[in-house]
Design a protein around this ligand. Structure first.
Ligand code: PXP
Length: 254
């Protein structure tokens, strides 16, 4: 089934559906690219993750193609039957690629050439008019859109105003807090943001820096329907195998 339409919010309270896991397979490509050959194959990783219960596969086609490449994306589109989420920058090139590839979902992220990974949420206030126009053809093409934002009220309101379908709340600050009290406060900020986004009719995902030690509290936030996790799962897979790494994450979430 493509893009399972089940969300926890369409269910009566008695039929609680656990939070879904989307697995980001970019770093399988990073490893493959280290030798410039064909292995490990990100498509094989996507199929293993799906087989183990991942509800979606995420990949980020960066401007510099440092991990996922165009051919990977085309092959992922052929292979992924759950939901393909294409993370991308708001550029004309990426819009064309999305319209051609037709992932179920695109997630807009800010992209800086020199960053190691996505840093900070998308600045909707700064790019609002461009964003509104950017999303129109995607929506017309039946592709849902998510915007990666800081868990802030103003950003959520602008995402709703721009007619995005979903927001992905940036959990990087939460993940980096070493102090437990500060981490709890950050979690509370994310919870409030999720509730507010839902009240405006947005679907809510969370991601960045989530791992086996810090994910558990998210399972209790019903407004967050999915988490997007990459590095922690691929890193663990190096020791346990991808199947075990995905299943272990799903077990914690459940
Ligand atoms: N969500 C977004 C928007 C991202 O850019 C990333 C990193 O590619 C992730 C989630 C996954 O983050 P991590 O690799 O830290 O799990």
């Amino acid at each position: 089934m493509r893009h399972a339409e089940i969300t926890r919010f369409r269910q009566p309270d008695t039929a609680y559906v656990p939070m879904r896991l989307a697995v980001n397979i970019d770093h399988i490509a990073t490893l493959r690219n280290a030798r410039g050959e064909h292995e490990p194959d990100p498509v094989e990783a996507a199929l293993i993750a799906e087989k183990c219960g991942a509800a979606g596969i995420v990949c980020h086609l960066r401007e510099d193609r440092r991990h996922i490449k165009d051919l990977d994306l085309a092959r992922l589109r052929e292979a992924v039957t759950s939901k393909l989420d294409l993370e991308m920058a708001m550029t004309a090139e990426m819009q064309q690629i999305a319209l051609k590839t037709r992932p179920e979902l695109i997630t807009l992220v800010p992209e800086k050439r020199e960053e190691l990974t996505t840093e900070g949420g998308f600045d909707i206030a700064r790019h609002f008019d461009t964003l509104v126009e950017f999303l129109k053809p995607l929506k017309a093409g039946g592709i849902e859109s998510s915007i990666f934002i800081e868990p802030e009220k103003s950003a959520i309101e602008l995402a709703a105003k721009a007619s995005a379908d979903m927001v992905e709340l940036h959990t990087g600050a939460y993940a980096l807090k070493a102090d437990e009290r500060e981490r709890t406060l950050e979690l509370e900020r994310i919870r409030r943001a999720a509730t507010y986004a839902r009240s405006l009719g947005l679907k809510v995902v969370a991601g960045h820096g989530l791992n086996y030690r810090n994910i558990a509290p998210f399972a209790a936030i019903r407004e967050i329907e999915e988490v997007s996790i990459g590095h922690a799962i691929i890193a663990r897979a190096a020791f346990t195998g991808l199947e075990a790494a995905v299943r272990e994450m799903l077990a914690i979430i459940a």
